[in-house]
Ligand binder design. Structure first.
Ligand SMILES: C[S@@+](CC[C@H](N)C(=O)[O-])C[C@H]1O[C@@H](n2cnc3c(N)ncnc32)[C@H](O)[C@@H]1O
Length: 217
């Protein structure tokens, strides 16, 4: 599986240039997005609760990046440590009842006038059809996506600066590639037909929410 369209950081930088910023990435996974974030900012710190994925991120040896294990809802950084925080497809993975706490933590560790940026999956796209039809990758996350969007919109300490539509497009080389990347758990016999119908290219809609912390008066 290869990403053949990825414009996320380019779109973020139309609003928030990252060049001189110290950035915290939340839920970095195997670090596939950390490389590009680090190349655009002064220093990147990244957290990820899954130790196996974190080891993969560390193995990338990104020069201006440091990684540590931990969840969004309990950050091991002091108050006002960062100029920007980026949740890279991770808020909807935080348990729903902890999403508000995770945002509180992001507000706590950002400086005044800093930015809190959320990249989240939206609801449309053949990639998500595949996740649901074949119980593949992260499966059916519709409820968690709605909860994450609500948590951002309703949080009393966030001020919205911009909301931007985005899309990631993935290409699969073969059914085997799909099986290895997506780990389907049901309806496997329909995968080939599904991939052929979509020319082995699947689309995932995204939403980028750029916010600033708001003080409560
Ligand atoms: C869809 S993956 C995104 C990985 C990577 N950021 C990317 O964009 O490719 C979601 C990531 O969120 C992580 N995650 C799960 N629970 C989390 C939590 N409570 N706090 C922070 N990250 C979490 C997962 O381990 C996983 O690596």
């Amino acid at each position: 599986m290869r990403r053949i369209k990825e414009e996320f950081l380019g779109k973020v930088e139309t609003v928030v240039p990252l060049k001189d910023l110290s950035v915290l990435e939340i839920g970095c996974g195997d670090g596939s997005r950390s490389i590009e974030i680090a190349s655009r900012c002064t220093a990147l710190h990244a957290i990820e609760p899954d130790k196996h994925k974190l080891r993969q991120a560390l193995a990338r040896n990104i020069p201006n990046a440091s990684f540590c294990v931990g969840p969004a809802e309990s950050l091991s950084f002091g108050d006002q440590s960062f100029d920007a925080i980026i949740f890279t497809l991770s808020l909807h993975h935080v348990p729903i009842e902890m999403m508000e706490t995770a945002i509180n933590e992001a507000v706590r560790v950002t400086r005044t006038n800093a930015y809190i940026i959320f990249l989240e999956p939206a609801q449309d796209g053949t990639f998500f059809d595949a996740e649901i039809t074949f119980d593949a990758c992260d499966g059916d996350e519709r409820k968690e996506k709605v909860a994450a969007y609500d948590a951002i919109q309703k949080h009393r300490r966030l001020r919205s600066i911009a909301e931007i539509d985005d899309e990631t497009v993935f290409q699969f080389d073969s059914v085997d590639d799909f099986n290895q990347s997506m780990m389907p758990k049901k309806n496997q016999r329909d995968i080939q037909e599904f991939l052929e119908k979509n020319n082995y290219i699947l689309r995932a809609s995204r939403r980028i929410n750029i916010c600033q912390p708001k003080s409560l008066s």
